[in-house]
Ligand binder design. Structure first.
Ligand SMILES: Cc1cc2nc3c(=O)[nH]c(=O)nc-3n(C[C@H](O)[C@H](O)[C@H](O)COP(=O)(O)O)c2cc1C
Ligand SMILES: [Fe+2]
Ligand SMILES: [Fe+2]
Length: 400
């Protein structure tokens, strides 16, 4: 049975959901599933905006055929060649041999890499600001290189003022019947996943996202149709503002996240002592995570959200405790910058973790170290003054 919704009078959502997949990109836990959005524009030329992941091909093809109602497919616009969107190109080419593939030079190169397909006479190659008339609708293309792949482009539909934004403005989470942002409580149910999606998948490419936002600012956009998650048709400024903050590496919240590793609870205890001391000083909504039980993608999202990050780690075989090291290296790889960091380390015979944490932080940009606390095995009353000192430095930063 087809499973589609109307986006506007002549544009249909023909995508699907995967609520079975445990790990997106075989890396990121998605307990709320994920949607793969695809949009079909019914005009003089029938035009499909991207395809979907292989896992939901059957539903997708049924959706496309239902909306086409016997008509052929004229154009397939390929905004992104990652397999979660491009997996069904070949099957569509077989179903609609006359169909033209619309992409840029890099798209074409990638089609050839992913597929063994004769593209002769099948491709319409587009460049920055090229237009494609579909009848009433006209698509205009804007390149968005490295958001988050080199071939990525977005398409602006001029008559209905819709931006087909590829992975930009996407989020984890299956669409549960409701496909529009105004049909759901985004802030309550989606924002955390949207942040986790952005920071982990697109986070490294803040400069490129800023470039795309600048292009988008020149367009009159009434609706954003991303490849994952809800379609935005109201309150666009809310989500664009989030993207602007995230891509400028500006914290959303002037607040503290404490991320610790601990084998036997002593480093954990020190982290809790610091958290309570901050709470006594008036800080609300403090976030504390055990890096060994929290997937690193959540830690990354929280590090992007907060202005102050406390890193608490035991020394482990002369190095940083593995789950903490993995978090720090991921944060560095994703280019997080402009944060204040407190360091707390622990060691029983040769505590060196703090030094190694600093080495990673020094290789990052605009990281200010607020203070360091070093513990020998357990925090003792004598060591409390050091924790208080770190707390005071954090308070000064929060109140600045
Ligand atoms: C496998 C292992 C390796 C360790 N390596 C070091 C080390 O290289 N240097 C050090 O000072 N302490 C080392 N320690 C000790 C821990 O850093 C120390 O016991 C710390 O107090 C643990 O805190 P926790 O209770 O939060 O796990 C190691 C402990 C374990 C279990
Ligand atoms: Fe992607
Ligand atoms: Fe995607």
């Amino acid at each position: 049975m087809h499973c589609t919704r109307k986006v506007t009078d002549n544009i249909y959502w023909v995508g699907g959901n995967d609520r079975r997949l445990a790990l997106f990109e075989n890396l990121f836990p998605i307990p709320r599933g994920v949607s793969y959005n695809s949009y079909l524009i019914m005009d003089e030329k029938t035009t499909l905006m991207d395809t979907v992941d292989f896992s939901i091909s059957r539903q997708f093809i049924e959706n496309v055929q239902y909306v086409l109602a016997g008509r052929t497919l004229d154009y397939l616009v390929i905004n992104h060649m990652e397999p979660d969107h491009c997996a069904n190109i070949e099957v569509l080419v077989r179903l609609y041999p006359e169909m033209k593939l619309v992409g840029n030079a890099k798209t074409v190169q990638m089609i050839k890499q992913f597929y063994e397909m004769d593209l002769e006479g099948k491709v319409i190659e587009v460049k920055e600001k090229d237009e494609l008339s579909l009848g009433v609708h006209t698509l205009q293309f804007f390149m968005a290189p490295m958001v988050h792949w080199p071939e990525v482009m977005v398409a602006y539909e001029q008559s209905e003022k819709i931006l087909f934004s590829a992975d930009g403005f996407g989020t984890f989470g299956a669409l549960n019947g409701n496909i529009f942002n105004d049909e759901m409580d985004f802030d309550r149910d989606w924002l955390d996943d949207a942040r986790r999606y952005y920071t982990n998948i697109v986070g490294k490419y803040g400069v490129q996202v800023q470039a795309l936002l600048k292009k988008a600012a020149t367009l009159d956009i009434e609706m954003i149709c991303p490849l994952h998650g809800p379609v935005w048709r109201s309150d666009l400024g809310y989500f664009i503002d989030k993207y602007d903050k995230w891509s400028r590496y500006e914290p959303e919240d002037n607040n503290v996240v404490i991320i610790y590793g601990s084998m036997y609870g002593n480093t954990e205890n020190a982290a809790n002592v610091l958290a309570m001391s901050l709470a006594d000083a008036g800080v609300k909504n403090i976030a504390v995570y055990d890096a060994s039980v929290t997937h690193v993608s959540h830690l990354i999202a929280e590090a992007f959200r907060c202005s102050v990050i406390v890193v608490a780690t035991p020394t482990y075989n002369g190095g940083i405790y593995p789950s903490m090291e993995s978090f720090l290296l991921d944060m560095k790889a994703l280019g997080l910058r402009n944060r204040k960091v407190g360091i707390l380390d622990n060691g029983t015979w040769a505590p060196t973790a703090s030094k190694q944490v600093k080495k990673i932080l020094e290789e990052m940009k605009e990281i200010e170290i607020l203070g360091e606390v070093s513990i020998k095995s357990t925090l003792k009353p004598a060591g409390l003054a050091n924790v208080e000192e770190l707390k005071d430095a954090i308070m000064t930063s929060l109140n600045a």
